[in-house]
Design a protein around this ligand. Sequence first.
Ligand code: SAH
Length: 208
Amino acid sequence: MIRSMNSKRMVEKYIAPRGIEDKRVLEAMKSIPRHHFVPEALFERAYSDHPLPIGHDQTISQPYIVALMTQALELQGSEKVLEIGTGSGYQAAILSLLVKQVFSVERIHALAVQARKNIEALDIHNVSIQCSNGETGWNEYAPFDCILVTAAMPDEPLAFMNQLRDQGVIVAPIEEDGVQKLYRYTKSNQQYTREYLCHCAFVPFIKS
Ligand code: SAH
């Protein structure tokens, strides 16, 4: 099947022009085929800059936001990263090319199973996916260098503090007064400083 769009063109059209400059992030976004992570009926829309439904009332995030969040982690290559909200596995696949090891937690069993299949089919071997509620992180593999939350949290990610190394970074969408904002938190001496990145629209983070 000939596609009019692919991940390389998607990056050139929607991601690089909007100010994503980290070359490693741009290369990773070019190498992972996004259509692989959406239902077949949506293949033709996989390279537009939009979130898309993946079943169970959940979505694969907009590619630009994936790029922005990934860039905000300032990855060097040796990190151990925790993602909360595996969804389709697309964000985890992007991270897999940029860090040493990715751990990802998804509360919906069917999505965790499908995400594992999506990742295995691309021959990616440094991603571990666990089906559980991510509100307490994934203690077994802590501390992490970075934590990425891909569902909108009702409050600050304090529960993850002890699973993050000192000077580690969390990127998370937080809902405040009905508005979602993406923040980058940096841990220092058991406290966070936070920095606003942009407004955003994620599915809600579900507490158990
Ligand atoms: N990162 C995903 C998109 C995430 S959509 C991708 O690349 O496709 C948000 C996901 O977070 C959904 O799959 C939802 O089921 C999951 N989620 C929401 N609350 C959660 C929680 N408390 N623990 C684990 N997963 C959660």
